[in-house]
Design a protein around this ligand. Structure first.
Ligand SMILES: [Zn+2]
Length: 407
């Protein structure tokens, strides 16, 4: 028999509403599929009959389906339940300063299509028009999908949670930009917008909730790209702060007279470790803060730089090593302030993780306040997993599965 650890799942009681029970069942199916009705009843501590009622509802709504028959030691064979993500999808968009990426994903956040990209347009109105047109084309290309739950968009900037306005996206020069309303109007779909680092952190927490519940409480996600996005989860909650800027470690200075940053300040962590900073170091030029124009004539990327480093180009090795050192020094601040269980690092730089991990660890060790803190788990997330697009998909898909706190 399958063992299920329901510790972080809320347990249904007689007073629990039907909607909450549905969400609890959905979340258990998502985390443990394939799963039988009997196992659901056991992990929720309710009767088989109660589970059957909820399951019948969800089957009728086509949110789950019955799959292959399972094996048990004795008696009748149960049929297993799965999330029905076969004909429903979400649209995930990752707006970066240089390029915008797009995929269709299933309700578990798994990509259903290859990644499409186009150069980001600096004018928000034109960017929304282009994004909406590209989304419509993508939907027309996939008539096999019955319906869409909505569009999740991650942006390289601070987002006001209540309105989803982009308050400030330094690498794009955007302030107080509303993408949600015009994109929803153009596509007639539900649109959710979030900071890229926060969305990635949420997606990791969502993925962890199934089996490693104790890890999900405190984590930090650092997304290294054209800029730096940081998402912080403490006690299972996303840290947002009074003005939606909590966790913006990318703009904490490493040095007061360091290189110029996209935010207008100097010496921010971002100005040392972003892809732009790493490339600038390699070419011995100032960081190019020009923005979206980069994409059109991007002659050379961090991936190319890593390829050169692997081919023993001394300058490439030095540029990446320096980024690794600054990454470790900044990580020490993150860990000394937040003391999370685990830190995730996303972005192209993780392609070189085998080359840089030692340097990152050494720098972290120099500044971490205790030996235990210096040993904090750091986990690179491969760029091939498209963590930002998975994060964008989770913005739309995850709320349906979220098990709210039940008294
Ligand atoms: Zn800055």
């Amino acid at each position: 028999m399958r063992r299920i650890n329901p510790s972080r799942f809320q347990v249904a009681t007689r007073g629990t509403s039907r909607d909450i029970n549905s969400r609890i069942v959905l979340n258990l199916v998502r985390a443990h599929q394939p799963i039988s009705r009997a196992d659901l009843a056991r992990s929720m501590g309710v009767s088989r009959a109660a589970v059957t009622l909820i399951v019948n509802d969800l089957l009728a709504q086509k949110r789950i389906f019955e799959g292959a028959t399972g094996e048990t030691e004795r008696g009748r064979k149960p049929t297993f339940l799965y999330i029905d993500s076969r004909r429903r999808a979400v649209i995930a968009a990752d707006i970066r300063a240089s390029e915008t990426f797009l995929i269709l994903a299933d309700l578990l956040g798994k990509p259903l299509t290859g990644v499409i990209s186009f150069p980001t347009v600096r004018d928000p109105k034109q960017q929304v028009a282009k994004l909406a047109a590209r989304i419509k084309r993508l939907l027309a290309e996939h008539p096999e999908i019955d319906g869409y739950e909505g569009i999740g968009v991650v942006v390289p900037g601070m987002v006001e949670h209540s309105t989803m306005r982009v308050l400030h996206a330094p690498t794009l020069g955007w302030r107080n930009v509303d993408l949600r309303e015009p994109l929803a109007a153009a596509t007639r779909l539900n649109v959710q917008i979030e900071n890229s680092g926060r969305a990635c952190a949420l997606a990791q927490m969502w993925a962890l909730r199934g089996d490693h519940a104790t890890m999900a409480g405190d984590l930090v996600y650092i997304s290294v790209s054209d800029g730096i996005g940081v998402g912080v989860i403490m006690n299972g909650e996303v840290l947002r702060g009074r003005h939606n800027i909590a966790g913006e470690f990318g703009h904490v200075p490493l040095s007061l007279d360091g290189p110029k940053c996209s935010c207008g300040s100097q010496g921010c962590w971002e100005a040392y470790i972003s892809n732009r900073a790493t490339l600038a170091r390699y070419f011995g030029r100032p960081v190019n803060l020009a923005g979206p124009e980069d994409a059109a004539n991007r002659p050379f990327t961090v991936e190319d730089l890593i390829t050169r480093a692997r081919a023993s180009d001394g300058k490439a090795v030095a540029a990446i090593e320096a980024t690794a050192r600054y990454l470790g020094l900044g990580l020490a601040s993150v860990i000394n302030v937040l003391d999370p269980s685990r830190v995730y690092i996303g972005g192209e730089i993780t392609l070189a993780w085998d080359l840089i991990e030692g340097t990152v660890r050494t720098a972290l060790g120099e500044r971490a306040l205790t030996a235990a803190a210096a040993e904090t788990e750091i986990r690179p997330v491969a760029a091939t997993e498209h963590p930002r697009l998975v994060g964008a998909a989770a913005l739309v898909a995850a709320p349906a599965f979220a098990a709210p706190v039940v008294a």
